[in-house]
Design a protein around this ligand. Structure first.
Ligand code: ATP
Length: 225
């Protein structure tokens, strides 16, 4: 694990870099884990943290509670030391806005650590509807995963943001926040909702998620109704 500032092979200053990958993880599956691991390796982050979101009680039920979603992530991460869990949104009462999470993290880490918030292109297209979205890039970099064949918007607020803020991936090691990094990556065709439906229908989702997570689901009899 790298700590603080140190030199890259080229001699440029390199900041400590922390990336966050948010989601509901209900349940966590290989699509999430591959995406997070590939991003960490491709952008050479010092840390990649999975950040489960708090959900309103009616969205947790009858699926899994916040504690169960956290336990499944812990099971999954036992098999992968390159990813870690950030529980801060689960610990907060009520819904947390991403901007509040990033404010808290920035206060904790100070201004000399690079923070990257990772999201899909679909989330970027919705960004102008996020609470205090203009503040996000003051607090962190945005790493946007595009799928092969997807078109970037040509007009509007997001197009303007793309043309103003898009930067090379190495910028996440040179500055603490403020860049938009585009990264094309192929996604595994797996979704948590599909896994929940399979279980409800009595089918096995084996090979779509870690065995330890599947065993936890079976032990706790999750997603049956
Ligand atoms: P659901 O099917 O319940 O909507 P999901 O599988 O899409 O869930 P989320 O927890 O909602 O998972 O998503 C967390 C993050 O993971 C999001 O940024 C989402 O874009 C991304 N993601 C979801 N599925 C995949 C996948 N197959 N490959 C890579 N990333 C994924």
């Amino acid at each position: 694990m790298t700590q603080g500032r140190h030199k890259t092979a080229q001699g440029a200053k390199r900041m400590k870099s922390i990336a966050l990958f948010g989601g509901t993880f209900n349940p966590v599956h290989f699509g999430h884990l591959r995406m997070a691991l590939e991003l960490r390796q491709a952008l050479n982050f010092d840390e990649m943290r999975l950040l489960p979101a708090h959900l309103p009680a009616h969205r947790d039920n009858p699926g899994a509670t916040a504690n169960q979603r956290r336990d499944m992530l812990l099971q999954a991460l036992q098999e992968c030391r390159e990813l870690s869990l950030d529980e801060r949104e689960l610990r907060r009462k009520g819904i947390t806005y991403t901007v509040d999470t990033l404010e808290a993290l920035r206060t904790e880490l100070g201004t000399k650590v690079s923070i990257s918030f990772c999201m899909g292109l679909d989330s970027l297209l919705n960004l102008p509807r996020w609470y205090r979205w203009e503040r996000l890039l003051e607090l962190a970099h945005l790493v946007v995963v595009t799928r092969p064949g997807w078109q970037l918007p040509q007009a509007g607020e997001v197009a303007a943001l793309l043309s103003e803020k898009t930067a090379a991936a190495k910028r996440v090691h040179e500055t603490a926040a403020g860049c938009l990094i585009l990264r094309e990556q192929t996604l595994l065709p797996i979704s948590a909702s599909c896994i929940r439906q399979m279980i409800k229908a009595g089918h096995s989702p084996q090979f779509l998620l870690p065995d330890a997570v599947l065993q936890y689901i079976q032990r706790c009899r999750l997603y049956l109704t």
